[in-house]
Design a protein around this ligand. Structure first.
Ligand code: SAM
Length: 291
């Protein structure tokens, strides 16, 4: 039988079940096995790897993962896809589909139950684009024992994630993801490999989890609050953004000036020019000054 991710087989499956795409669930299915092969290559999926997938659709990527991995666990929100997946993935006995919104799922518990301890685990997915950032942030913030994440997403979000300081795309998302992982864009993907074709360009990114976080911070919540406040209005200086948007120092220009001078950061700089190390120095300096 042909692979699921071929245009002919995908059309057959959709027709057989009278399936109609839900745009609101980001349903753009992959119909190109070469792209799927490359995604699995980038994720280095072997028989020792367990894979977590978000949104199997009709099983295009799930099938390729099942062929290569020890086990695949896949979260799907759309109940209509469950009977289809039971059919399309019936040749594979190493796949478990969980009917759940991944944002509400206890992924850590599922990992222990399905994979056991001490496994090589990768998240691999063609993400639903309406909810890319919350899914990635959930997987990272929960500090799950993953080797990494290889996902298809909007190219524009991929650019922001992998961006370096001083560029237009650099912002709080870049810092949040780079705090936990080493991020790189590994492939730009044409619209033609999807059914239906999305309105935006797509890319595949690879996030390799760091053994240690990129920087040491005294308080993670405060660090991310400083980062968010620094980017609140991109045209404003760091000083203006912090004094107006960081609740703990609101209006306290004197304190900000002292700490910025202590850590050697010019208050007239813009947030987008600060490296993640400088953000760590700044947030640690402020945090200590506020104790
Ligand atoms: N993996 C398939 C492929 O590549 O052909 C489908 C990818 S499609 C871009 C995204 C999938 O995620 C859809 O099947 C959609 O129903 C599912 N989905 C959307 N939101 C979800 C959520 N919050 N949790 C789990 N699955 C979700």
């Amino acid at each position: 039988m042909k692979d699921i991710a071929t245009p002919v087989r995908t059309k057959e499956i959709l027709q057989k079940y009278g399936f109609s795409f839900k745009k609101s669930l980001g349903q753009n299915f992959l119909i190109d096995t070469n792209i799927l092969d490359r995604i699995c290559d980038f994720a280095e999926i072997s028989k020792e790897t367990c894979a977590i997938e978000v949104g199997p659709g009709i099983g295009a990527l799930t099938e390729q993962l099942a062929k290569r991995a020890e086990k695949v666990v896949s979260f799907e929100i759309d109940q209509r896809l469950l009977p289809i997946l039971a059919d399309t993935l019936s040749p594979y006995d190493n796949v478990r589909i969980i009917h759940s919104d991944v944002l509400k799922a206890d992924v850590r518990k599922v990992m222990v139950e399905e994979f056991g301890e001490e496994k090589d685990v990768m998240v691999v997915a063609n993400l639903p684009y309406y909810v890319t950032t919350p899914i990635l942030m959930k997987l990272l913030e929960e500090d799950l024992p993953l080797r990494g994440i290889v996902v298809m997403l909007q190219k524009e979000v991929g650019d922001r994630i992998a961006a370096k300081p001083g560029t237009k795309a650099y912002g709080s998302l870049s810092i949040a993801v780079q705090y936990y992982t080493e991020a790189e864009t590994v492939m730009i993907v044409p619209k033609t490999v999807f059914m239906p074709q999305p309105n935006v360009d797509s890319a595949v990114i690879r996030l390799t989890k760091r053994k240690e976080k990129a920087v040491q911070v005294d308080n993670e919540d405060f660090f991310f609050a400083v980062v968010r406040a620094s980017f609140a209005q991109r045209r404003k200086t760091l000083m203006n953004n912090l004094v107006n948007n960081l609740s703990q120092v609101k209006g306290n220009k004197e304190l900000l000036e002292k700490v910025l001078s202590d850590v050697n950061i010019d208050p007239k700089r813009r947030g987008e020019t600060l490296s993640i190390e400088e953000f760590a120095q700044l947030s640690n300096g402020l945090y200590q000054a506020l104790q």
